[in-house]
Design a protein around this ligand. Sequence first.
Ligand SMILES: Cc1ncc(COP(=O)(O)O)c(C=O)c1O
Length: 439
Amino acid sequence: MKVLHKGMNAYKNAKKVIPGGTQLLSKRPEMFLPDGWPVYYESAQGIELTDLDGNAFRDFSIGGVGSTVLGYADTDVDNAVKKIIKKGSMSTLNAPEEIELAQKLIEIHPWSEMARFCRSGGEAMAIAVRIARAYTGKTKVAFCGYHGWHDWYLSANISKSEALDGHLLPGLEPNGVPRQLEGLTYPFAYNDLDGLRKIVSEHKNDLAAIILEPSRSELPNKDFLNNVKDVASSSSAVLIFDEITSAFRINTGGIHLTVDIYPDIAVFAKALGNGYPISAVIGKREIMEAAQNSFISSTMWTERIGPAAAIAMIDKHKKQNISQKLISTGSSVKNIWKNAAEENSLEISIRGIDPLATLSFSGKSATALMTLFTQEMLDRGFLTGKSFYAMGSHTEKDICDYNLACKEVFKELASALHSNSIYKKIRGPLAHSGFKRLI
Ligand SMILES: Cc1ncc(COP(=O)(O)O)c(C=O)c1O
C-alpha cells in the first residue's frame, strides 16, 4: 500500500478555497477512489506520473482526460512550445501560427473552408452554437451527448431535471442558468432517428442547429449520420459534429472522415494540443462568416502556444501513425479485461471504440467492484478507473505489466465477491458514479 498523505491533505485544503476542490468534475478523487487517490501530480512524462509523495504510477485511466493523445510531456510538442516561449508567446500583434493551423485543419477536412480558435472544448461548442444561431437567425437546438458546461447546454435541464441524464452525469442542477432559456434545447439519443424527427417536427421553423458526436461509444453509424444530415438540411439547421473527444483516435482528424459524412461545422479540442490549451471550430465559409455578424472575441484566444502545440501534435500524429497505435493498445487492454474476467467468472461489459475503452462490472456490487479494482491496481502502481484512454506512449512492456496486474486483481475481486468481503476490503467510501455536491 502506497503512502498518499500529501495529495489527500492538499485536496482537503483545496476544498476550503476552491468550491468542489478541482476545476473539472472528472478529476475529483471521488470519481475514482475517494480516500485513496493520489489527486495531484508532481511530474508527468510518457504514461508515468509522480505524485506529491514521490510515488510513481503508470496511467491506464483517462490519460489527461483524453487530451494527451501522444503521451505526457511529449518531446516534439514541448520543443515546439519552448521555441514559442523563447520568441514570445503573446504580443499586440497576432500569432502567424493561427493561419498555418487553420490551413492544416482545412487540408485534413477538405469540406471545411474556415476556422476559428479558442482554448477549451465547452467554449468552442458555445461558439459553434452562436455561429449557427447567427447564421440561421433561429434559436432552438437539438443535441445528443455531452457538450460542455455552458448555459445553452445546461438549459436542457431547466424544465426536466433528468433531460441530460444519459447525455451527461446524472444529478447536475441548472442553477444559475436563466429560466428564460427554458425550451430552447432538446436532447435526442444516438441512433434514435425518430426521437430527432419528433423534435424537428415540433420546432422545425426555429431549429438553428443539430449537434452530436459522430461517434462515442461505438464507431460512427453511417446510416444514422446520413439520416441526421438529411434531417438537418431539410429543416435548414446547421449540422455540428462535436469531435472534442472523438478526433485523433482512429485517424488524424475528425472521426467523421472515416465514414465520409461531412457536417457544416466541426469542433475540436482536447487532443488537438496534446494537453496545451487550444480548440477549433471549423466549417463551411458561408456559415463561418456569420461569426462576423456576431461578437466572438477574446484576448487569450490570441496567445501563441496553443496553435504551435496543435501544429506539432498534428504533424507527429500523422507521421507516426499514432491512431494505429492507439487502436492496437486499446484493443489489447479490452482483451486483457475480457480474459481476466473470463478466467475468474466475473461478469463485465466493455464498450467504446478501442482507443476510448470503458469497463463496467455487472450486478448490485458493480460500483464496489470498480472501487476495489481501482484501489488494488493503485497498490500495484497503475492508475485505473472505468475508462481507458490510450496514449501514444503506452509501450508493449506497459501493456504486459498491466495484464499481469489485472490478472491478479480480477482474481482478488472474484474471491471478495464470493466471500462477501468486497466492502470490507475497500479502504474508504465507494467511488461516485454521478455528480454529487461535496462537503
Ligand atoms: C464531446 C465533448 N464535448 C465537449 C466537452 C467539453 O470540453 P471541455 O472540458 O474542454 O470544456 C467534452 C469534454 O469532456 C466532450 O467530451
